[in-house]
Design a protein around this ligand. Sequence first.
Ligand code: SF4
Ligand code: SF4
Length: 68
Amino acid sequence: MVKRFVPKIYFDKDRCVKCGECAGICPEGAIEMAEYPEVDDSKCIRCYACYEVCEYNAVKIKQKALPL
Ligand code: SF4
Ligand code: SF4
């Protein structure tokens, strides 16, 4: 099966201090603060503003395989 890979944002809960900076900077409103931040993948445009803003290195990017 052919797959394509898309970057996916996730959060390292061991590093996250729940400050909400990532949710505040996201231009698409794709991050919601529950106990920890959560991303709505359907809204995320992969701009990585959240990744850049997090001082705690808690925002991570992984390559997720999607079937075509
Ligand atoms: S900016 Fe970083 S530490 Fe703050 S809530 Fe987001 S992931 Fe957690
Ligand atoms: S990569 Fe950009 S659009 Fe996606 S969750 Fe982070 S700030 Fe929002």
